[in-house]
Write a protein that binds this ligand. Structure first.
Ligand SMILES: [Zn+2]
Length: 211
């Protein structure tokens, strides 16, 4: 196993067969010991634009800023290119000619954003938008998670907090659709929703039992 310690107390990002995971190195539990990490997004889109355009807004944000583009390439976010729908194809072509980049680059950035974006909140706890984060983005989805993302009191960004007891060595996961209650949704409905919004097939432990 290839371990990358990002100097975070209590957690480590591990890489196994190309799959990144956030793993606890100490115990967490709901309540006073719930906070796992807080982060502000590196690349973001505001909540007041339509969800369909948020991903494109982030792709533009990276192409317009060499440092953010370099960061995103280095982070090597999980991205599974999928066929474009007509509207997305039009956006992709527009951006390709605007920034003079290859179709492949636009595709990769778009699907990296689609699969990894996470909500963030302002200092008053209001939903501020969605973004890509240094460490939070390597936390996998689970339909029966042990953590959740929440506002940070008094600060812009996102906190990851334990919602169940987490033991050292355990993978930390959250439900990308929080606060939707996935435990009551049918397997096929969950898979459809995850595919539509985040464009991946869920292989969390709960879904593996149903495959
Ligand atoms: Zn699942």
């Amino acid at each position: 196993m290839n371990k990358r310690n990002r100097n975070l107390p209590g957690i480590v990002v591990t890489v196994e067969e190309g799959q990144r995971r956030l793993v606890a190195t100490r115990a967490f539990a709901p309540g006073a010991n719930a906070l796992i990490i807080t982060e502000a997004p590196i690349v973001s889109a505001p909540a007041n634009i339509a969800p369909a355009y948020q991903a494109w807004s982030m792709v533009r944000g990276m192409l317009a800023d060499a440092r953010k583009l370099k960061w995103a390439r280095k982070a090597d976010f999980a991205a599974t290119p999928q066929p474009w729908d007509t509207e997305d194809q039009a956006f992709a072509q527009e951006i390709e000619s605007e920034y003079g980049v290859a179709t492949q680059t636009v595709q990769l950035l778009y699907f990296a954003v689609s699969a990894n974006h996470i909500a963030f909140w302002d200092e008053k706890g209001r939903l501020a938008g969605t973004g890509l984060f240094n460490t939070l983005c390597f936390t996998n989805h689970s339909c029966a998670p042990n953590a959740d993302v929440t506002p940070i009191a008094g600060r812009r960004g996102t906190a990851l907090r334990a919602i169940k007891a987490i033991a050292p060595g355990e993978e930390i996961t959250w439900n990308y659709f929080s606060p939707t209650d996935f435990s009551r949704a049918a397997f096929t409905d969950r898979q459809r929703l995850i595919q539509d919004v985040f464009r991946f097939r869920c292989r969390c432990l709960t879904c593996q039992r149903r495959e």
